[in-house]
Design a binder for this molecule. Structure first.
Ligand SMILES: [Zn+2]
Length: 158
């Protein structure tokens, strides 16, 4: 198998070591804009991924630092799905994706960047959104800045 080189991941790993758990930081912060927190519920919150796989990549996490779905209460699980639905509503109105990848990476071995704090990924997809750029140039083309996307998503009534 060939190795794929992804230099942007270095920034991600580096920041993680310095900053600790991004979900706990965002959960405890009063500055939603700084952390790109889109919505807060009683048990969970949604947040933009600052290293998105695609434009509009949102993550849903519980406030509590729990590493797996098995540790979540029924209330946390219910609200997680409800915030996922709200995130999709926002995305539908603003970005009109043709599909989604939605899921969890549980554990480092499964590719979880922050394995200690379970989170659901909601990644909007469009036909042709994966092209030669990530493969050949290690560059993912984002059609919109995080600041602009955040402002627009926050403005959607769900
Ligand atoms: Zn955490």
């Amino acid at each position: 198998m060939k190795k794929m080189w992804a230099p942007w991941r270095n920034v991600f790993v580096y920041n993680r070591k310095i900053k600790g758990c991004i979900f706990c930081k965002a959960a405890k912060s009063k500055d939603d804009k700084k952390h790109f927190v889109v919505e807060r519920g009683n048990f969970c919150f949604s947040i933009l991924n600052i290293y998105p796989y695609n434009n509009g990549h949102i993550m849903i996490a519980p406030y509590a630092h729990k590493s797996t779905l098995l540790d979540l209460t029924e209330s946390e699980l219910r609200e997680l799905m409800s915030l996922a639905k709200n995130s999709m509503r926002r995305t539908e109105k603003l970005l009109k994706p043709q599909g989604y990848n939605i899921g969890f990476n549980i554990g480092k071995v499964a590719g979880a960047g922050f394995a200690g704090h379970v989170h659901m990924h909601i990644v909007p997809r469009w036909l042709g959104d994966t092209n030669f750029m990530p493969v050949i140039t290690h560059t993912k083309v984002m059609s919109e800045s995080l600041d602009s996307l955040y402002r627009r998503l926050k403005g959607v009534k769900v």
